[in-house]
Design a protein around this ligand. Structure first.
Ligand code: NAP
Length: 299
């Protein structure tokens, strides 16, 4: 291995090929335990996360259930609102507005995607910034762009937590983010490049020429394209850190954007899929919920 992304710091589990395994389940459990301790130490104030699920999307249902389970472990209360796919724009907006007005609810997560025909932006716009624990409203995104405090989108924040926990240096390093969505890619670029983190970031997308060559120039690659096996060993500079955000449902099951087997033999650090960024998204949602409760004076 050439210069290692993790600078040899820490006593971490490694893959068969010698890369540090950036274990999201382990880090999520550490974060959830810390949140529970904080709430316990504050005298167990009520901290409440509300989830809103519209329609019958099965992966969304599983995801929401996992969030509720982890919220309970973190000593948080969950409130769940479920609406049928035909609830209509007014029905969904009324349910979200009610939670927004409820002082007993500190964080609100509207599970996306909403069923066809519903305007997600109009629904998200009803969230007060302090309750927007997913960090996806224009106000929260604007705060992130302007370097102001506020809730940060959970998936890219989870990537930052993984890099930090596993000792991946960012300052002065080159990073490539594959994907430019407002959910993952764009906020990821902002987080990696902001002052104090100080990576030099390139944003790649479906029109990027020579993606493999571009990625090979990077110390950190974050893949958030949703293209199964897009990133192979050919895309990875020896020793680089590779983070897989993508989720694709294939005949062979759920796979990521990263071809784990080939990449782990070259990379200095790599996330597993599953067990990498997915659990971290939930951990960061709960972190944001505690921050939301603080902003609202609950502790
Ligand atoms: P999205 O809105 O579909 O965006 C995908 C981005 O990837 C687009 O910018 C697209 O480029 C780019 N892209 C697609 N194919 C590419 C290719 N062959 N080469 C380079 N770039 C390519 O998806 P998203 O919402 O950001 O989500 C991305 C993936 O992350 C999905 O698989 C999603 O399921 C997963 N995800 C995971 C988590 C987690 O917790 N792990 C959370 C959220 C999302 P263009 O802009 O040019 O079209």
């Amino acid at each position: 291995m050439a210069e290692d992304a993790t600078s040899g710091r820490g006593d971490f589990d490694r893959t068969g090929g010698g890369a540090v395994l950036m274990d999201g389940n382990r880090l999520r459990d550490e974060i959830v335990a810390r949140l529970a301790e904080t709430i316990e130490a504050a005298g167990r104030p009520r901290v409440c996360l509300a989830t809103v699920l519209v329609g019958e999307d099965r992966p969304s249902r599983i995801y929401v259930r996992n969030k509720q389970r982890k919220a309970a472990e973190a000593q948080m209360e969950s409130r769940h609102v479920e609406l049928p796919a035909d609830a209509g724009q007014a029905g969904v907006e009324a349910a979200v507005a009610e939670l927004a007005d409820d002082p007993g609810v500190h964080g609100i997560l509207v599970q996306l995607p909403l069923p066809d025909g519903l305007d997600a932006d109009a629904v998200l716009n009803l969230l007060p910034p302090e309750k927007d624990v997913d960090g996806l409203t224009p106000r929260s995104m604007g705060n992130l762009v302007r370097g102001r405090s506020g809730h940060v989108p959970c998936t890219p924040l989870g990537v930052m937590r993984l890099l930090d926990r596993y000792g991946v240096e960012t300052s002065g390093r080159r990073a490539v983010v594959i994907g430019r969505s407002t959910l993952v890619g764009l906020p990821q670029v902002l987080l990696l490049g902001r002052k104090g983190t100080d990576a030099t970031v390139t944003l790649a997308h479906s029109r990027t020429a020579d993606l493999a060559g571009l990625c090979r120039s990077a110390d950190i690659v974050v893949a958030a394209a949703g293209m199964a096996g897009l990133v192979t060993a050919d895309h990875v500079r020896p020793g680089a850190a590779v983070i897989d955000v993508g989720i694709s449902r294939t005949a062979a099951g759920i796979v990521g954007d990263v071809d784990f087997e080939s990449v782990q033999a070259v990379a200095g650090a790599v996330t597993p899929m599953p067990g990498g960024t997915g659990p971290m998204t939930i951990a960061c949602l709960l972190e944001n919920t505690l921050a939301a409760a603080r902003m609202q004076g609950a502790l």
